[in-house]
Design a protein. Sequence first.
Length: 271
Amino acid sequence: MTHSALHYGLMVVLAVLMTAIPGIRAAEIPRCDEKDAEPIDFAALLPDLDVRLQDGQIVQLTGLAPLYNLPQAQQDFAKALSSELKDKALFAKISNTSDRWGRQSASVFFENDAHQIASLNAMILMRGFARFRPDAAAAGCRAPLLKAESDARNGHKGLWADGTLSLYPADMPEIWQKTEAPALDGSFIIVEGQVRRTVLGQTRVFLDFADKNTRNGFSVTILKKNLKIFEHQGLSPDKLLGHTLRVRGVLDMRYGMRMELTTPDAMERVD
């Protein structure tokens, strides 16, 4: 397949992936298409699911929250997929900013065996070796990445099969607090449950997933200064009461079992 044909295929497939987010102008959403995606010299997929290029540059796959304790199954998966990708044409849309470790984030695409362009980010989610992380750069691809994660979770694929990856029930915090929560403090997790009450504080809003008589109940917090972006997406606290939500972010146990959300992309209505 010629480079021009591959580029055209990339345009078509990524146009299909483009997902609009209601209430936000398209120009404000990071694009999920071929714009700025260029051929890269792939070297390896690392055990933590970062990508190393031939020049030594390390890029982090946007929209992915892998595990960093490196279970053997994840290491084996990365090694196998790295070998699988070495003979394929790869493209990447790499961000201009880097994190504190100097890594730039990227959406990476490859030519599969059917000579079609596929998303490496989505493939890893689909095989069950990461969870969707609501990065700003991943906003335009949120829907297909969430679907890939959901398909893997529902199909018990990869690390979902043995419970290494888990969806934590908000209404049973005493169970995962005793067994895992101390180790989970500061980690990225996904929690699902019904919003039982909302509390307006001085600087933030609390969405409580347990009634006021439950000790150590799980809560989501949203800073008042960020409320408008949630309301813009139809996710104002008063409209969430009684509904079942799936939320994802970093667990903070300093003041109880809390998770602060800064973007509506971290919240899903599942009822």
